[in-house]
Design a protein around this ligand. Sequence first.
Ligand code: SF4
Ligand code: SF4
Length: 52
Amino acid sequence: MEVDSSLCLRCGACVSICPVDAIEATDSYVRPNERCTDCGACRKICPVGAIK
Ligand code: SF4
Ligand code: SF4
């Protein structure tokens, strides 16, 4: 998966829902790391459709 940083609000919803704690978030970016299993949970919860 990829996060479109131009859409992302950094709301933290994807970070909270990830079952394997794979999303790294800072003030300037949100992105998955190598633990991501591509389960799709973060994509479904993102309120602005920023995760592809
Ligand atoms: S759920 Fe969407 S808007 Fe919220 S931090 Fe994640 S990618 Fe950004
Ligand atoms: S696709 Fe699943 S495992 Fe990967 S970052 Fe999103 S919630 Fe986590």
